[in-house]
Design a protein around this ligand. Structure first.
Ligand code: COI
Length: 352
């Protein structure tokens, strides 16, 4: 696989306010782009970050045949650049592609294009424990076609943006029992635009009531909690860490998977099982829920401050140093920044 490099003449990096990175407020100087034409991926180019030109009849704009990923690269104390679990994102990207009738990207192309782009953009990976470079691979249909069928032509691209924290404070979430994010047999497990677009209206309604996010419940009975749209969910109930199972309605989060794995290494009692709304509320009422948090690439581990249900707000205790979420966050950070060597093989170092 040959990647053509067209370097940008002027870097934008001097505009970065490192004290105010925000989340993807600053895109890097370059992007990766390639085409799917006649049944194969071709024309691999790293070029200056720029706008695209699309036909107004492009099927993505009308019918939403598009998928994406999110992963992060970190700068360790030696200044080396480490990408966290890109193979898991490649795997999930291809699961999404299959469900959306889109061409898969071979894992070696997915990872090599990220590595090559990052070796050009190394300077953009910020220092700091809370900072990273967010990497956003995306694929979308290109055909100028009005009508319903899978497209023949696609683009695969990677853009990157500097990332500080996604949530600046512990979050208030509302249990949603009217609107539905996903149903069995649908596309809930797929990282596709439709899931996020459909969630906007209910999320905006909840934001008017002071919530940051929703806790989605199953689309059939609304009795079981599933995920939060930007994050998977974890609860500590009677000192046990519990998280809902995946199925086809929940996104298979890389952070979720890492947390389950690390909990086992740390001898934290962890259970993947159905969690009912009833259990969430009764454990909040009795005080047996000591922690709740979301887990996602953008959000990392985001403590939940309060949970709303039926016009009532239930507050959670403040997170202490010794809390399970803090213990997991520290462990995860140590691994991501390469401070703790493990046999997990979760890091890909940019060698060039
Ligand atoms: C991610 O965590 O990577 C996502 O795509 C979620 C989005 C809120 C940025």
């Amino acid at each position: 696989m040959e990647i053509k490099l067209i370097k940008s003449k002027n870097s934008k990096i001097s505009n970065v306010d490192y004290d105010n990175l925000g989340f993807c407020k600053y895109y890097t100087d370059h992007m990766f782009i390639c085409d799917y034409i006649d049944g194969s991926w071709q024309n691999f180019i790293i070029q200056p970050f720029q706008d695209l030109s699309l036909s107004p009849a492009c099927t993505t704009l009308h019918y939403g045949q598009t998928i994406f990923e999110g992963l992060k690269a970190y700068r360790n104390q030696e200044g080396e650049i480490l990408i966290f679990r890109p193979d898991k994102n490649a795997e999930r990207f291809n699961k999404s592609a299959e469900r959306m009738c889109m061409p898969k990207i071979p894992e070696d192309i997915f990872i090599k294009s990220i590595e090559e782009l990052l070796s050009v953009e190394k300077a953009w990976v910020p220092e700091g424990e809370k900072n990273s470079l967010y990497i956003r691979p995306i694929s979308f249909a290109l055909d100028p076609y009005i009508g319903i069928k899978p497209a023949d032509n696609y683009k695969f691209m990677i853009i990157c943006g500097m990332a500080g924290g996604y949530y600046s404070e512990p979050v208030n979430v509302k249990i949603e029992t009217h609107y539905t994010r996903a149903v069995s047999g649908g596309v809930g497990f797929s990282k596709t635009a439709a899931n996020y677009a459909a969630a906007l209206y209910p999320a905006v309604e909840a934001q008017k009531e002071g919530y940051h996010q929703l806790i989605w419940t199953d689309g059939k009975s609304h009795e079981f909690v599933e995920e939060s749209g930007t994050m998977n969910l974890f609860f500590v109930i009677n000192n046990q860490l519990v998280t809902p199972p995946l199925g086809d309605t929940v996104l298979d989060g890389v952070t979720r998977d890492s947390i389950i794995h690390l909990s086992k290494l740390l001898n934290i009692d962890v259970d993947v099982r159905k969690v009912s709304v009833k259990e969430v509320i009764s454990s909040l009422e009795s005080g047996s829920m000591s922690e709740a948090f979301g887990a996602g690439t953008a959000a990392t581990i985001a403590p939940i401050k309060s949970i709303g249900y039926n016009n009532k707000k239930y507050n959670l205790p403040e997170i202490s140093e010794k809390s399970i979420s803090n213990t997991l966050l520290n462990k995860l950070s140590n691994i991501k920044f390469g401070r703790e060597l493990t046999e997990l093989n979760w890091l890909k170092k940019i060698s060039k």
